[in-house]
Design a protein around this ligand. Structure first.
Ligand code: PLP
Length: 232
């Protein structure tokens, strides 16, 4: 796969983002595309960067460490979107500008400790399990406000918003209620005016449903397949 195909795919996705934003009177620039590069090799990711991808989404620390070594000189921002184990926090703070998947005080404290060591303020999102599927990571809607209040006291962590990963449906419309619920939860948290945090970011929507997510307020869409092709 050459740079051209990435340019085409990026153009297609960017146009859909722009048109969907306009349709619901949102500024297209308020929506950022996270190109999910998990399982894809460094040479392919480099082509995507050359084609104009600016944010990469990765799910696995070990895998990212190898690719990051090769690609860190290139101009792209790395976001972590997978399940993060506390014992990998020290690697995460070194590589990622935004960690989308913090769902416990224990993990936040570990990130705070490791971020402090390298003099960084780590940006994070709180992963919410909207709909409470037992198999998924994320904190329940009921517990989110309390967790955010606790994490807001950590000096080297900066909360920027919320993330969700709804159950899989083949019809995007079925996912809409989960996106709506995350937006409403964001509005509730915003009205609580907790010091030292912002909850402007909503990370939601993947290749199959990012249009619906944008209609419901997404500011970060995590698109893998539509840019990098099917995963092996
Ligand atoms: C893999 C992954 C994506 C991208 O999924 P696609 O359907 O390939 O766009 C988005 N978010 C998370 C959390 C993922 O793990």
């Amino acid at each position: 796969m050459g740079v051209t195909i990435f340019k085409e795919r990026l153009h297609t996705v960017t146009e859909i983002i722009r048109k969907t934003a306009q349709k619901c009177s949102r500024d297209p620039d308020s929506i950022r595309l996270v190109a999910v590069s998990k399982t894809k090799p460094a040479d392919m990711i480099k082509k995507a960067i050359d084609a104009g991808v600016t944010i990469l989404g990765e799910n696995y620390i070990q895998e990212t460490r190898k690719k990051f070594d090769v690609l860190s000189a290139h101009d792209a921002s790395w976001h972590f979107i997978g399940h993060l184990q506390t014992n990998k926090a020290k690697y995460a703070v070194r590589m990622f500008d935004l960690i989308h998947t913090v769902d416990s005080l224990k993990l936040a404290k570990e990130l705070d400790k490791e971020a402090k060591k390298i003099g960084k303020k780590q940006n994070i999102l709180i992963q919410v399990n909207v709909g409470m599927e037992s198999s998924k990571s994320g904190i329940s809607e009921n517990e989110t406000l309390r967790l955010i209040k606790e994490i807001s006291l950590l000096d080297n962590i900066s909360i920027k918003g919320l993330m969700t990963m709804p159950p899989f449906f083949d019809q995007p419309e079925k996912v809409r209620p989960f996106f709506t619920a995350l937006r409403k939860l964001r509005d509730t948290i915003k009205s609580a005016s907790i010091p030292n945090i912002s909850v402007d970011e909503l990370s939601m929507g993947m290749s199959g449903d990012y249009e619906v997510a944008i209609e419901e307020g997404a500011t970060l869409v995590r698109v893998g397949t539509a840019i990098f092709g099917e995963r092996n």
